[in-house]
Design a protein around this ligand. Structure first.
Ligand code: NAD
Length: 489
């Protein structure tokens, strides 16, 4: 089934529909191929075409598109006031409002108009593809074609198969996505599909740490940006809007029959209830337009001690705990236990536990601050011992920031949970490991995919960390995916 030569109807000329029409029109080469654009609101499709003309002109002005290609793409886009005017297309892509009843009735209407072999695709981001297809005469021709916003820039397309979807239809959309310049990934219709599901812990772990009052938002953001995330979770939630982010979390939670793994956060609900929705309302975790405040400075004593530390004897390694001992202070990477637990293990209160860098260290520009790294101190640690540990960490090229004695700290705990969620998705046949990696890198710009991290970390250590978190919190949230546990040899 080759859809690349067919005309397409895009229904819904909003943010997503307009972007999909642009991408389709720019990819088409065949004479007479058209992208029909329809919207229930009169004039909306024509308005979208006018905006697309300006967008294409902009690309020409920047030298990214030839004038001929721009005018050819624009000429292919045909606003229609009724879907019946576009009945001869080979593909319909639906991008209307996110409501099951509206989508179902639209596809019911379309089915009566289009040809037998016309493929029906939905851009839904959260509704079950199986449910949308239910009631159609030929539900096997309906498939999810989930683009990411902004459509012309984001490479990922999740090709979502419901229970009815014919594999040949999913494959045809997969291949067409490639022709349209996208990177498609197959997904099974399950709550959140791939990206919106695997990404939940990126927000949830930060919200959990905030609820414990273990660290400030700007510290959490800085630590996660250190390992290559473009935006920290707090600034990202402020950008997305807490209402939207909370709604997605809620829908994944409800759709999973209230599995505690996905429980939404009281911290976020309070922001939503208070109208502190993020950038769009001028205040979320941060105030706008100011945005993320600067991190607190590392203490003056520590900076002085850092210079002194470089002059003293080098640290002795503590291979058993993968850490070092400097002037009697044990400095260990987190394994999911608190510093308190390490005190019991090591028999000394001279303990500092630090976060993981996941192999990535953003190279700081000259004069810029070093990458942030979270650490926790054991309760009995003296100020001098803390300065020794901070100095040691600074000598490793990072800027240490103290957080409360929370297990798994910031990066280790977040990345372990992203890996765990991805492992469950693979176990449940939602996607392959490669599909999950591609989806997270291309759909939400992660610096690495969950399975890239798993390969560069170590399955036994990830499982160990999660088991420690599970033992600490005693709930369902940190239960280890059976697939992940099976990777431990
Ligand atoms: P939008 O509000 O910008 O556009 C929706 C358009 O659909 C509106 O112009 C509306 O007039 C039109 N519409 C509503 N009912 C219609 C009907 N029955 N027939 C024809 N037109 C109708 O919304 P959007 O952000 O473009 O989202 C559209 C779809 O894409 C939703 O299913 C959404 O979940 C999904 N999606 C959105 C994003 C995103 O970031 N915005 C990302 C991925 C997927």
């Amino acid at each position: 089934m080759d859809l690349s030569q067919k005309s397409v109807l895009v229904v819904g000329a909003g943010i997503m529909g307009a972007g999909i029409a642009q991408v389709a029109a720019q990819a088409m080469r065949g004479d007479g191929q058209r992208v029909f654009l329809h919207d229930a609101r009169a004039g909306a499709a024509s308005d979208a075409k006018t905006k697309l003309a300006a967008t294409l002109d902009g690309l020409v002005a920047k030298g990214k598109l030839s004038a001929d290609a721009a005018s050819a793409a624009l000429a292919r886009i045909v606003p229609v006031s009724a879907v019946g005017e576009a009945a001869a297309v080979g593909l319909v892509v639906e991008a209307v409002v996110e409501r099951l009843d509206v989508k179902r009735s639209l596809f019911g209407e379309l089915e009566a108009l289009v040809a037998e072999d016309c493929v029906l695709a939905t851009n839904t981001s959260s509704i079950s593809v199986t449910a949308i297809a239910n009631g159609l005469k030929r539900p096997e021709r309906l498939v999810g074609m989930h683009f990411f916003n902004p459509v012309p820039l984001m490479k990922l397309v999740e090709v979502v198969s419901g229970l009815h979807t014919d594999p040949a239809v999913a494959q045809a959309i997969f291949e067409l996505s490639t022709v349209w310049g996208k990177v498609p990934v197959h997904a099974k219709s399950t709550p959140g599909f791939i990206v919106n599901r695997i990404a939940r812990p990126y927000y949830a772990e930060t919200l959990a740490i905030l609820q414990e009052q273990a660290a400030a938002p700007e510290v959490l953001d800085a630590c996660l940006k250190t390992v290559g995330f473009r935006m920290g979770p707090c600034e990202l939630m402020d950008l997305i809007g807490h209402d939207t982010n909370f709604a997605v979390t809620n829908s994944v939670y409800e759709a999973n029959f209230y599995d505690k793994r996905y429980v939404p956060s009281l911290v976020q609900r309070e922001l939503v209830d208070g109208g502190m929705l993020g950038r769009k309302s001028g205040r979320g975790f941060y105030r706008y337009p100011q945005g993320v405040p600067a991190l607190p400075p590392v203490s003056v004593e520590a900076v002085a001690a850092s210079a002194a530390a470089r002059a003293v004897a080098p640290a002795a390694t503590d291979d058993r705990h993968a850490g070092v001992v400097v002037q009697g202070v044990h400095i260990v990477p987190t394994d999911g236990r608190t510093a308190r637990a390490w005190v019991r293990e090591l028999g000394t209160s001279a303990v500092v536990v630090h976060d993981r860098l996941m192999g990535k260290r953003e190279s700081a520009a000259e004069g810029a601050r070093a990458p942030a790294l979270a650490y926790a101190a054991a309760p009995g640690l003296s100020a001098e011992q803390r300065a020794v540990a901070v100095a040691h960490l600074m000598s490793q090229g990072v800027e240490p920031h103290q957080v409360s004695d929370t297990p798994g700290l910031v990066v280790a705990r977040t990345v372990a949970m992203l890996i765990n969620e991805a492992a469950d998705a693979v176990q449940q046949g939602v996607c392959t490991p490669d599909g999950a990696d591609a989806a997270m890198k291309l759909g939400v710009n992660y610096p690495a995919g969950p399975f890239d991290w798993l390969r560069s970390w170590d399955a036994a250590q990830v499982v160990g960390l999660l088991d420690h978190l599970d033992a600490h919190y005693r709930g369902e949230r940190y239960r280890v995916s059976p697939w992940l546990r099976a990777q431990v040899v």
